[in-house]
Design a protein around this ligand. Sequence first.
Ligand SMILES: [Zn+2]
Length: 406
Amino acid sequence: MIKSLNTDKSAEFIDKILDAFIICPMCISRQIEINEFVVNHRSPSKKNNKKNCYICHGLLSKISYMVLSINSKIKKFDFKNWLIGIKLPTYMYDNEDVVRSKFKIRGKKNIKTDFLERLRNAIGILLKKPLVFKKPDIVINLEIYDDDSFEVFVKSRPMFVLGRYVKRISGLDQKNKICEKNNQIQNHVQYNSDSVGKIYHSIEQIIKEKLAVMYSDKKEHQIDIFWIGGEDKDSLVLGKGRPFIAEICNPKKRYRSETDKEFCTDKNYAYKKNFRKKGVCIFIDKILDALPKGKIHFVNKIRIYVQCNEPISQIDINKLKILKEKEIVTDYKSNRIIKKIYSIRTKYLDTNKFVLTIISDGGLFIKQFIGDNSSSMNTSVSEMLGRTCTCLKFDILDIDIVQMLT
Ligand SMILES: [Zn+2]
């Protein structure tokens, strides 16, 4: 409540404080809960002392200047709501305490609360967007240092993109390889000899580069990818493609238009011709609020090319059909992993090659399932056929997410 200054008591009190300290009207008004303009009117000679205020060193008169500085920083971000925090130098609290203990002032809001309220009002008026405490799109932090200089930091809430990729070329790793020598990403984007485009070395590079341009001011290091399964360098990923979740830290373009949902390695990239047949396509499906909880259960259809060390017949490979509805159990790093095979088809190619097409839970170790006779897996194709089999190559024909808790 704003009290009038008609009472002699208040007027005397202000005079007493101002006799002892140089204090700006805003800091005075906080001590006695009256409007600062009334204080100003009361002691016009002290007006010039805003900058020398014992408590705030003129901080409260710099609000509009600070708001301009904040505005120039937050312009780079898309946001619908915001929150602000401040850090003041300790001398401000200490000096306010000195004044309050001298004049026995108790139970009034302190400089931080006062300043923050004023700042929030000024920003609210400027932005015309709501301040929220729960999950704000951006958090502004204003830090004021001991020498009264200040800095503005803005951070936006991370966003999670659920996407997919289809890979119709072999020879491209899924993940970036880190060079052991210098800890740098190996063979990061290179330009091919005729300079028509870039050659990528991983799906990760392609996804990160695209998402960085879409959401993150071109900073790829601010993107982390959570893979939903994986494949080999030479494997194709067909059908709807492999899903992935990308976390974009500090996104700038949170509410970008929804039109750019698909992109392919077309004219801007090395795989120029027939990119739909020979390239990589990235699809953006959904923006998630957070990372999914727990494990993501997915089922995939995989085509496996198998080579046998001894001649084999169609009758032999038909034996594998009993794997349908069977659970493949693997002991891996002190964990027991159970993956079910839902369907299996075989195709004879020649005397020692055949193709297996299976639908199974995602995450089955394919190479081990074909060839490894080690005891860590309860059964394998080699074991069932009584021959040593090797996985030459496998392609992912389709992937479906069965369960994902968001
Ligand atoms: Zn002040």
